[in-house]
Design a protein around this ligand. Structure first.
Ligand SMILES: NC(=O)c1ccc[n+]([C@@H]2O[C@H](COP(=O)([O-])OP(=O)(O)OC[C@H]3O[C@@H](n4cnc5c(N)ncnc54)[C@H](OP(=O)(O)O)[C@@H]3O)[C@@H](O)[C@H]2O)c1
Length: 323
């Protein structure tokens, strides 16, 4: 888009779009509550980033419904505290933590290997972990760090857990994307994000990849394994810790006053995990517990396939030959 239109016009368009989104988010606060009473006894759920924010509230809700819940992230102390809090709040003792660093393919492989050995099923996989790092830099695997944490890492993790998901049909893959995908500037040839880009663009790109990925999975998976993406709303969480303390305090005050808390922000994720009406629904995008339209670029089948193939090229050496 930026190469076809004058830059000022593009910026003005994006600013208007941003204002509309903010007004919409403010007006819809508190709407979109998952009212499903689904029980999950005997089911296994994995929530990445379950030690904080939206992931924590999701893990707690799934535990309350009786699932065995595994939360996966880097910070051990925070994760152990989250497990304790969830057990205390729900009375469900089948809540566990496993270490996972999406910034390292080796950590993802180790995690998947241990998970596959420890659990005989995986009914719900919530790819929730996410971050936005200010500085553009590459992981040890040669992938831009925001893109790896939010997209390429979860992509590899999901492929390594795919046999379990297929064996547990009907099973669900839930991908926490963002309305930020609207501000993408993606290049299907540059999935690793080597092109110089600011933090907002890299974050937006990673979230656009999330939605394209849900669509690509829906085309490739058996009907019993569904994959959907969502925007949780603007939610007061630690993801804004990347901002300087002064800016953060203002942003968190505004979000706390006008937007969602973590429990409200988890509702659409929970809905995608448990809603009986979504059995067999795949490749869609949701906001406030309702199906919604993502940016029209996500309807471009060629782009969906191209991004899938580029990402496969990045991770294929890490996958068993049978996949
Ligand atoms: N908050 C919002 O307004 C908003 C809006 C739209 C979308 N989202 C999306 O919602 C999701 C959850 O974010 P949140 O707002 O709840 O933020 P948060 O409270 O900061 O949670 C982020 C989680 O991701 C984990 N994580 C970060 N880097 C990781 C890595 N390399 N490997 C494994 N786990 C990692 C963190 O745990 P460790 O640090 O312990 O690893 C943490 O549990 C993200 O995908 C975010 O992009 C948020």
């Amino acid at each position: 888009m930026s190469s076809t239109f004058p830059r000022q016009l593009v910026l003005a368009f994006l600013a208007v779009k941003f204002i509309f989104i903010i007004i919409y988010e403010t007006l819809t606060r508190g709407k979109g509550k998952c009212k499903c009473t689904t029980k999950l006894e005997g089911k296994v759920a994995l929530v990445t980033g379950g030690n904080s924010g939206i992931g924590f509230e999701t893990a707690k809700d799934l535990a309350r419904r009786g699932a065995t819940v595994v939360i996966a992230s880097r910070n051990i102390e925070k994760s152990e505290a989250a497990v304790k809090d969830i057990i205390e709040a729900t009375g469900n003792r089948n809540v566990f933590y496993k270490s996972l660093n999406l910034l390292k393919f080796s950590s993802i492989e180790k995690f998947a290997d241990e998970f596959n050995k420890a659990y005989d099923r995986l009914d719900i996989l919530v790819n929730n972990s996410g971050s936005s790092l200010a500085k553009q830099s590459l992981s040890e695997d040669g992938v831009e760090k925001v893109i790896q944490t939010n997209y390429v890492g979860p992509f590899l993790l999901t492929e390594l857990l795919m046999d379990k998901l297929k064996a547990s049909q009907p099973s669900r893959i839930v991908i926490v994307a963002s309305v930020a995908h609207e501000f993408h500037d993606i290049d299907a040839e540059d999935v690793v994000g080597m092109k110089p880009a600011g933090v907002w663009t890299r974050y937006s790109n990673s979230k656009m990849y999330n939605i394209l990925w849900a669509k690509a999975l829906a085309k490739r998976l058996p009907k019993g394994v569904t994959a959907n993406a969502l925007h949780p709303g603007v939610v007061k969480t630690e993801i804004f810790n990347v901002l300087s303390i002064k800016v953060r305090n203002i942003v968190l005050w505004v979000i706390g006053t006008f937007f969602k808390n973590s429990e409200e922000g988890a509702q659409t994720t929970i809905h995608l995990c448990v809603a009986p009406s979504l059995e067999g629904v795949s490749g869609e995008y949701f906001e406030d517990c309702r199906m919604s339209a993502a940016n029209r670029v996500t309807n471009d089948e060629k782009l969906v396939d191209k991004v899938w193939e580029s990402t496969m090229t990045l991770v294929k050496d890490r996958l068993p030959k049978s996949l």
